[in-house]
Write a protein that binds this ligand. Sequence first.
Ligand SMILES: Cc1ncc(COP(=O)(O)O)c(C=O)c1O
Length: 447
Amino acid sequence: MTSSHADLVRRNKEFTLASWTAQDSWNPLSMARAEGVYFWDADGKRYIDWSSQLVNVNVGHGHPHVIKAIQDQVAQVAYAYPGIATEPRARLGEMLREIAPSGLVKSFFTNGGADAVENAMKMARLYTGRQKVMTRYRSYHGATFGAMTAGGDPRRLANEPGVPWVVHVHGPYAYRSPAYRGRTEAEGDQAVVDQIEETIQFEGPENVAAILLEGYNGTSGVMQGGETFWRGIQSICDRYGILLIIDEVMSGFGRTGEWFGVNHYPYVKPDLMAMAKGLTSGYVPMGGVMVTEPIATHFADHPLWGGLTYSAHTLACAAGIANIEVYKNENLIENARSMGKVMRKGLMDLAENHPSIGEVRGTGLLQVIELVTNRETREPMSAWNQPATEPMKKLAGKLRELGMNTFVRFNWIFCAPPLVVTEEQMQEGLGIIDQALDITDQSYQGS
Ligand SMILES: Cc1ncc(COP(=O)(O)O)c(C=O)c1O
């Protein structure tokens, strides 16, 4: 039976609930078929997937190698409970050790990103015997209870006061944060690090188990610190015996042109790393936490108080192995790096012609355009954490109309296509954004 787009939307709305929205405002696209960087709705309209769904379909849609691996695995062993040893689980753990930032040796598998973060925080607290976890306000770490508190952006506010042991701190945002006013980016980064260290003094360093940071900042606006920030964080962790948890759920698996976002800062040594999304590119849900040898050794004779029925699911492990094979065999990490440069050049060219582009940030295939009504005052096209303004709503509608699926939030357009994107497809996407930006340019008020 084939349904029309309108019929699918009607039945989805009638029988199911949607995430992060009042249900009446939910106006979804539909998807009936998908391949590479494209998908088609139930009426046959094609969309270029400029956000890889939720920045997770890194190998692109319908990859035959991943599909075959899952099909083979389901026929052999569809499921084994997490207390049982399996070949795909061992093999995936081994492959992850080979590609992870140095020092991370063992993986604990979860069902997705939020529970990877939950388990990373739990392990850090069990290992150190300390309570508190420090995170950035401008961050997102998932929607389960603890992870939702850990995320600092407004999505956490419905869950307040959340868990009592998360402490939020300011982070890098050179374009707007007061810490950078009248300072160079490096000086601003240092000011942020100094504030974080001062907060640790107030909280009592002996109480702080971990600092939790995205390896490369994602949906909170791609606001990334530079070398001064990352060296400063590492040195705070070393000085106070605080663990560093790096959340690579979005920035992992080639997204930023490196295997992991934190690889851009080789002097940073994560003690725990959360991952998900590109681990399986969404073909089967899966997340995980990687830990260093000392943490793994701690759990050699202390129970790891945690578990999930679907931990190390055989189909997810098979999908994970196949994804890593695709990343390697098709040089997708390198492609993300080189296509990221093409994207950056294209976005900078757009900025020459479209005054409403205030800033372009990010690297590899994780970039964002920030829109303003005035470049001098940097007045946002839509205010942070407020309902979208008409120009932003119209811009989002125009992108859809022109056949682009992407994430538009506040005054940001996210640019994160699958890692298989070609130069031609990149130009196609940039061309759509070029047309849509005429809308926000009309609301530009600067000179
Ligand atoms: C950095 C980061 N951490 C954690 C999560 C949560 O992952 P999941 O939605 O798989 O629970 C996300 C999801 O977008 C994320 O971007």
